[in-house]
Design a protein around this ligand. Structure first.
Ligand code: ASP
Length: 341
């Protein structure tokens, strides 16, 4: 039987058109896409597709955590009716949404593949159809029980992905995890890299508190009074620290450490990720890292910023206590972190 895939269009360059004010989501993209897919379907083995558009299409630079459960909800409402799901999304925050979806749709039994384009479908030299066709073929033919990103001839684990290039067609990479599939003349799926099947445990919060999670990037000259202000919000429950190298911060700045330690003592989970593209945090390597462990900062291992941020948001929305959140942040929930044990 021919597989049936739902394409959910959320916005992004793939469906944009030029306006005097720059590229913007175009009206009527859904029907246009159906027509274009119909034309190619005769030549390529594409599954049957329905296209659904969000009421408000956005440039994904405008995306807020509040939109994550909206996107997930559109998929979950139609879960039983389709064999797989392809989400068209802007590239700017695609890795953030893919990460969030992976934590909300834990134990999913069907593929959810995000894709988009660097050049709109309707413009010359667009990469839209190539990305979309690969996503559709993978969504229809393979038992990929995870949220992934299909872009530039690669399929990447969603919560390991990052946007790495502004203008290259292979705009995404998953620096700490190999591509799940790669396309040459044939599409090679690396089954051994896929998540194992798990019991379905979907969790779609009604509300993400936007101020619950903050990102703090360490840099030379970072002002500890500024950090104190940033950490003072009563809504704050989690911080993703972006430290140097294997997890180092200027530990000579006692006021900075006191601000971080004070936040941890108030029940804020501070998770340490590296600014480096490749590799993991190892907080016990230098004195500048052990100082963080002493005040209760948790190592984020090789998690991406996007995954750590989305994971914190979802665990906080689950209303778990700080101890529980800390414990879960260092354990893989859906392949987002490498454990050494
Ligand atoms: N600003 C666009 C977006 O993220 C970029 C893109 O889709 O490539 O929606």
């Amino acid at each position: 039987m021919k597989r049936r895939i739902l394409i959910l269009h959320t916005g992004g360059t793939i469906g944009m058109e030029a306006t005097p004010g720059g590229l913007k989501p175009m009206a009527g993209f859904g029907p246009l896409l159906k027509r274009r897919l119909g034309e190619t379907a005769s030549a390529a083995p594409l599954p049957d597709c329905d296209v659904v558009e969000l009421d408000r299409l956005i440039d994904s630079a405008n995306l807020q955590p509040a939109q994550w459960p909206v996107i997930a909800g559109e998929l979950v409402r139609r879960w039983e009716a389709y064999d797989g799901f392809v989400v068209l999304h802007g590239t700017d925050t695609m890795a953030w949404t893919a990460s969030a979806l992976s934590f909300m749709l834990r134990g999913l039994d069907k593929p959810v593949i995000l894709t988009g384009a660097q050049i709109p479908l309707t413009a010359p030299r667009s990469d839209a159809l190539e990305n979309l066709e690969m996503a559709l073929i993978l969504a229809a033919q393979h038992p990929i029980r995870e949220v992934s990103i299909c872009f530039g001839r690669k399929l990447l684990r969603g919560n390991r992905s990052r946007k790495i290039a502004t203008d290259r067609f292979d705009a995404f990479d998953s620096p700490n995890y190999p591509p799940i599939a790669e396309a040459g003349i044939k599409i090679a799926l690396h089954r051994e890299l896929l998540l194992a099947a798990e019991a379905k445990a979907f969790f779609l919060p009604e509300h993400f508190e936007p101020e619950a999670v903050a990102v703090l990037t360490i840099h030379p000259g970072l002002s500890s009074p500024v950090v104190e202000v940033a950490l003072s919000s009563s809504h704050l429950r989690g911080v993703v620290l972006r430290s140097y190298g294997v997890g180092n911060v200027p530990e000579a700045d006692a006021r900075l450490l006191a601000a971080l330690g004070g936040a941890v003592a108030r029940g804020v989970t501070v998770i340490n990720t590296t600014q480096c593209v490749f590799g993991a945090v190892a907080q016990d390597t230098y004195a500048t890292g052990t100082a963080l462990a002493r005040i209760g900062v948790v190592s984020g291992g090789d998690m991406t910023l996007e995954a750590a941020f989305a994971k914190l948001h979802v665990l906080i929305a689950e209303r778990l206590g700080p101890e529980e959140i800390r414990a879960r942040m260092v354990q893989p929930l859906c392949g987002e972190i490498t454990t050494t044990a």
